[in-house]
Design a protein around this ligand. Structure first.
Ligand SMILES: NC(=O)c1ccc[n+]([C@@H]2O[C@H](COP(=O)([O-])OP(=O)(O)OC[C@H]3O[C@@H](n4cnc5c(N)ncnc54)[C@H](OP(=O)(O)O)[C@@H]3O)[C@@H](O)[C@H]2O)c1
Length: 294
C-alpha cells in the first residue's frame, strides 16, 4: 500500500538537479538549481493557514500560531509537512530569524528534532553527499539580543552562525559570544547590499551553498526585498484563522501579485485539504523575476 504521508508532487517547472531521496517510499526526490556563483540558493520553508496567516503576536507560551495553523498533530498531512521540512534540512544549511528563535525555545534546525521519530537515514543522506552531520544553523538578528543558552547555540556538534549588524555583534560579544567562538558575520543588514554581502560571506567563508530559511515572515520579507529569496516551499493547510481574534497577524506573500511562479505542487491524497506548494521568485542562473518596484 502507498505510504499515506508521502507527498506526490506535480512538477511543472522546478528544474535543476535531482537531489535524490533517503527513502523513496517516504520522500519523492526534489530538484534544486545550482547555487549562484557567489551566494547560496535560498529557499523559504513556511506553513500558512487556508487564509494566508503565518503567525501572530503570542499571548503566552500556550498560544502557538504554528500549531494552530497546522491543525491536529497526528493528521497524516501534519506528518507529511514535518517530514518535508526535515527532508529540506538535508539539502544544505538552515536559517531562522531571531524572533522565531526567541519564541521557540526548543527549536533546533536539524533533521531529527527532540521528540521526532528517529531519522538516521536523513543524516546518512547528508553525510553521503559530503555535508556535515547537522546543517549549520544561521540565525539572523539586527540587534544581537539572542539567548546564547538556546539549544541552537549549545547542541554538541551543531554549528551556529549569526548574521548581524556591527552593533549587534558588539552586543553579542558583550554577552560572551567570543568566549563560545560563535562565528559572527557583521554587515549593515538594513541595507539590501549589506544583506547581500552577508550571504556572499556565508558562501565564501563558510561554504554555504543551499540555505533552507524557515522564517519567520519578517526575515523572509527582508530577504525578498533584497532580492535574495529564490523560492518558497509553502504548506497551505485547511485551517481558517479568525484574523480578528489575534493581534499582530502576519500573512504569507501574495505570490501571484509578486509575480512568483508556482513551479511544483504536491498533495498526499486527492481529497486532502493541505496543498504543498513551491513558489519561485528568481529563475536559476538567469535574470531575476521582476521584483516589486523594479
Ligand atoms: N508559519 C510558519 O511557517 C512560521 C515559520 C517560522 C516562524 N513562525 C512564527 O513566526 C513568529 C516569528 O516570526 P517574525 O516574522 O515575527 O520574526 P522572525 O522573522 O523570526 O525574526 C525577526 C527578527 O529577525 C531579525 N531581522 C529583521 N530584519 C532583518 C534583516 N534585514 N536582516 C537580518 N535580520 C533581520 C530581527 O532580529 P532582532 O530582533 O534580534 O534584531 C527581527 O526581530 C513566531 O511566532 C514563530 O513561531 C511561523
Amino acid at each position: 500500500m502507498a505510504n499515506p504521508t508521502r507527498i506526490d508532487w506535480s512538477h511543472k517547472n522546478d528544474g535543476g538537479v535531482a537531489v535524490g531521496s533517503p527513502d523513496p517510499a517516504r520522500w519523492e526526490s526534489l530538484s534544486f538549481p545550482q547555487p549562484w556563483p557567489d551566494r547560496p540558493w535560498v529557499f523559504g520553508v513556511m506553513v500558512a493557514s487556508a487564509n494566508g496567516v503565518v503567525s501572530w503576536r503570542r499571548r503566552g507560551p500556550g498560544d502557538d500560531p504554528v500549531r494552530a495553523i497546522l491543525g491536529g498533530d497526528a493528521r497524516p498531512e501534519r506528518i507529511a509537512d514535518r517530514r518535508l521540512m526535515r527532508y529540506l534540512r538535508t539539502i544544505g544549511d538552515a536559517g531562522i530569524g531571531a524572533q522565531t528563535l526567541r519564541e521557540q525555545p526548543r527549536l533546533v534546525l536539524t533533521p531529527q528534532e527532540s521528540g521526532d521519530e528517529p531519522a538516521p537515514e536523513l543524516y546518512a543522506f547528508r553525510v553521503a553527499r559530503g555535508l556535515s552531520y547537522h546543517p549549520r544553523n544561521v540565525v539572523y538578528s539586527l540587534y544581537g539580543r539572542l539567548p546564547l543558552e538556546h539549544p541552537i547555540f549549545t547542541t554538541p556538534e551543531l554549528h551556529a552562525i549569526v548574521v548581524t549588524t556591527p552593533g549587534g555583534a558588539a552586543v553579542l560579544r558583550g554577552h560572551g559570544a567570543s568566549a563560545t567562538a560563535l562565528p559572527l558575520i557583521a554587515e549593515p543588514l538594513l541595507e539590501h547590499e549589506g544583506l547581500a554581502g552577508a550571504h556572499r560571506r556565508l558562501f565564501a567563508e563558510h561554504g554555504v551553498r543551499y540555505l533552507a530559511c524557515e522564517g519567520g515572515q519578517t526575515l523572509l520579507s527582508a530577504l525578498h526585498e533584497a532580492g535574495l529569496l529564490d523560492e518558497v516551499f509553502l504548506t497551505v493547510t485547511d485551517v481558517v484563522i479568525d484574523k480578528g481574534a489575534h493581534d499582530g497577524i502576519l500573512t504569507s506573500f501574495d505570490f501571484r501579485a509578486e509575480r512568483a511562479e508556482l513551479v511544483a505542487e504536491g498533495k498526499i491524497s486527492r481529497d486532502s485539504g493541505y496543498s504543498f506548494q513551491r513558489w519561485r521568485f528568481r529563475r536559476p542562473g538567469g535574470d531575476a523575476s521582476p521584483r516589486r518596484g523594479s
